[in-house]
Write a protein that binds this ligand. Structure first.
Ligand code: 5CA
Length: 172
């Protein structure tokens, strides 16, 4: 049976079945990447879910988290094993205060829903920080636009495409 006849989940690859994934793929192509998007019917909404579905360490999952720093959105690429210290993040970006974005603020800043936010492909370039711990892996995995899609990339590609600044904003 041709792969195109299979339900997307059985085919195991993202076809033209999600507008959000297509938007992400288009932005990736512009950056010279061809992400190998994988979809999992069991869901990859949280880092733990994603690691379980992929069969990788939770530390290899990129959480693309939006914070509002003095009212300005900042993207913090955080290892799935870590938590963000908002005071440290505020200090790094020179803000008086930083807090987790609401789902509405996050969508406005990135164009995608929380749980499926990709690290790039946003309507405007955001200030991006990256957790040092993500840079220790050969391969990391991030959301591809939906809460059931992920793709692998190298830390070098994450840095190149997003211009993220390696920073110490995690708790502990
Ligand atoms: N797909 C996974 C792995 S790549 C993912 O996107 N993980 S995540 O950590 O980047 O996105 C899930 C995160 O969305 C949660 O950790 C949480 O920080 C955030 N989130 C979920 N619900 C809310 C909410 N109501 N308000 C603010 N943030 C939320």
């Amino acid at each position: 049976m041709p792969a195109s006849w299979l339900p997307a989940y059985e085919a195991g690859r993202a076809g033209a079945v999600s507008g959000a994934i297509d938007r992400f793929l288009e932005s990736a192509r512009i950056e010279g990447l061809e992400p190998d998007v994988r979809r999992f019917p069991e869901g990859t909404k949280t880092a733990k879910d994603a690691a379980r579905a992929i069969g990788c360490e939770v530390g290899q999952i990129v959480k693309s988290l939006v914070f509002m720093a003095d009212g300005r959105p900042v993207m913090a690429f955080t290892s799935g094993a870590n938590r963000v210290d908002e005071a440290k993040l505020a200090e790094i970006v020179g803000a008086g205060n930083a807090r987790r974005a609401t789902p509405e603020e996050a969508r406005a800043a990135t164009g995608f829903a929380v749980g499926g936010t990709p690290p790039f492909g946003h309507p405007e370039r955001l200030t991006c920080l990256v957790d040092h711990d993500l840079l220790t892996w050969d391969e990391i995995w991030a959301a591809a636009g939906t809460p059931d899609s992920v793709f692998p990339l190298t830390p070098a590609d994450l840095l190149r495409v997003t211009g993220a600044i390696p920073s110490g904003f995690t708790a502990g």
